[in-house]
Write a protein that binds this ligand. Structure first.
Ligand code: HEM
Length: 182
């Protein structure tokens, strides 16, 4: 998994809990990489689970919640790092561009990346169904990214996670209803 994800996760932990907490989590998680990440590096995705599991133990917040809130944080970071991807007219166009454009460009930039696939059912109007597939099963991260995007575009959005790979389904389904701009 790309170092960018780990550098941002470390930044979030440091911002929210302080450097001493981050260092102690890294030490306690016994990470194969040692935990000093670089943006262009490549790391085993199990490290993300090791870090979050340690935080779950220390803070009493379930890993799934932590991953969702990391997704929200990550979206804000991505908007700062890659503003060009956000130059679209609204939330729906942005979400449709993730698989068709953004992740395609990410793969060109980092040929060693291992990205998820999204398929869409768009019947026009304000509803959009997204089907997420990835062997990493980071659906809580995807949910947080979507919620972060809803905030970025200032469009409220409800999300029903109606099928889930963690429950044995072949893919996760996110059924979205997007409301008018505030
Ligand atoms: C709502 C919007 C987005 C969603 C739902 C989304 C979803 C995801 C998910 C779930 C992953 C984890 C990998 C996996 O599941 O296999 C991922 C990885 C990644 N995404 Fe996105 N993403 C979004 C927007 C973006 C944007 C704006 C960028 C900007 C560059 C981006 C760049 C990346 C990168 C670099 C990775 C790491 C790939 C790797 O580890 O090899 N994504 N994305």
């Amino acid at each position: 998994m790309k170092g960018l994800i780990f550098t941002q996760l470390s930044a979030m932990i440091e911002e929210q809990q302080g450097l001493a907490f981050l260092n102690s989590v890294i030490e306690e998680s016994k990470l194969p990489s040692g935990g000093s990440y670089t943006q262009g590096g490549q790391y085993d995705p199990v490290e993300i689970h090791a870090i979050l599991a340690c935080m779950e133990r220390r803070l009493g917040i379930p890993e799934e919640f932590l991953l969702r809130s990391f997704g929200e944080y990550l979206l804000v970071s991505m908007a700062g790092l890659y503003p060009v991807f956000f130059e679209v007219e609204d939330l729906k166009h942005f979400l449709l561009s993730v698989d068709r454009h953004i992740h395609v460009e990410v793969e060109k930039l980092y040929p060693d990346s291992d990205l998820p696939t999204f398929e869409y059912r768009d019947e026009g109007g304000s509803d959009l169904t997204i089907f997420y597939r990835s062997k990493k099963k980071l659906c809580a991260l995807a949910e947080g990214l979507i919620s972060g995007a809803s905030r970025h575009f200032e469009e409220d959005c409800s999300l029903i996670h109606s099928t889930c790979m963690h429950r044995g389904d072949p893919q996760c389904t996110f059924e979205l209803s997007i409301y008018d701009k505030k």
